[in-house]
Design a protein around this ligand. Sequence first.
Ligand SMILES: Nc1ncnc2c1ncn2[C@@H]1O[C@H](COP(=O)(O)OP(=O)(O)O)[C@@H](O)[C@H]1O
Ligand SMILES: [Mg+2]
Length: 330
Amino acid sequence: MALIKVSQLVKHFPKRGGFLNRVIAKVHAVNDVSFEIHAGETLGIVGESGCGKSTLGRVIMRLLDPTSGSIEFDGQPLQELSHQQMMPFRRKMQMVFQDPNSSLNPRLTIGAMLAEGIRFHNRSGYILKDQPLDQYIDSLLSKVGLRADDKSKYPHEFSGGQRQRIGIARALSVKPDFLVADEPVSALDVSVQAQVLNLMQDLRDDLSLTILFISHDLKVVDHFCDRMLVMYLGHVVEEMPCKQVHQNALHPYTQALLGANPVNDPDERHELTVLDGEVPSPYDPPLGCPFVTRCPIKTTKCESENPPLVQINDQQKVACWEVSAEKPHA
Ligand SMILES: Nc1ncnc2c1ncn2[C@@H]1O[C@H](COP(=O)(O)OP(=O)(O)O)[C@@H](O)[C@H]1O
Ligand SMILES: [Mg+2]
């Protein structure tokens, strides 16, 4: 059973300019993306910086409105809901951000910050049941590896890794079913990354969470997720179970990611040296396949026609004319 179902999701950002501040171009941030996440599953989204991962996560959370397409949570379409109608879903769907510094209020103690969110979402008594708020916060802090007396401290008194634990505690404090984790460990030192990932793994298993896990780092996605979507310029180019990625990755972009160690800095995109060619501007995506400017196996068809994402086998989908010609849909 799918907890999340995304269908033909599109998000364009207008770019305004000129004398009359008219829309002069559109960023094609998310282009016709469809997928499901089953209850209890962790789905990874991987791709270089700027490919639309965060936009996709934010549209699913309804922090941004989609340009078109639909998002269903447990069978309920979200894209038409008003602010008021979204309220019950705001508790059920929570987000962990990349940068815990900017997502924590520097003027609130950790305890006050957690209490605010819990009180807000506890209207029907769902979160606290009969437990006192203080006791609930203590147990929450201990779950994420912090101490009860940490609740009287301010965000600046913690290390980066501890702040991300606080970010996780905040997301979990309202007992969500679904978590969007947007590069949750990308800002942390490598040694701390492993600790925070292990913590998330334990919590996911304990609480049977369903997670959309966003990262530019294929290694991290491979380690943490059940299945992955590979994104390029707003398009999903491949979808497959993580355990198959090393043997069975078919899209030339996924293969390039496997061979490279991409960096999360748009200015350093050229570091993905296994690929020749320029990354096209998202304002002016190529006519045909989005990957055509860098693809080592492109043909003339790829210049003019965008390949659809097709099922290659039971568990794998690929958007590549060359791959689907070789492995026609059975
Ligand atoms: N609020 C916005 N206004 C205009 N363009 C945006 C906005 N947010 C993101 N973009 C653009 O959309 C594209 C996708 O961005 P993003 O979703 O942040 O990618 P990622 O998370 O994969 O790095 C980029 O070209 C980015 O510049
Ligand atoms: Mg991002």
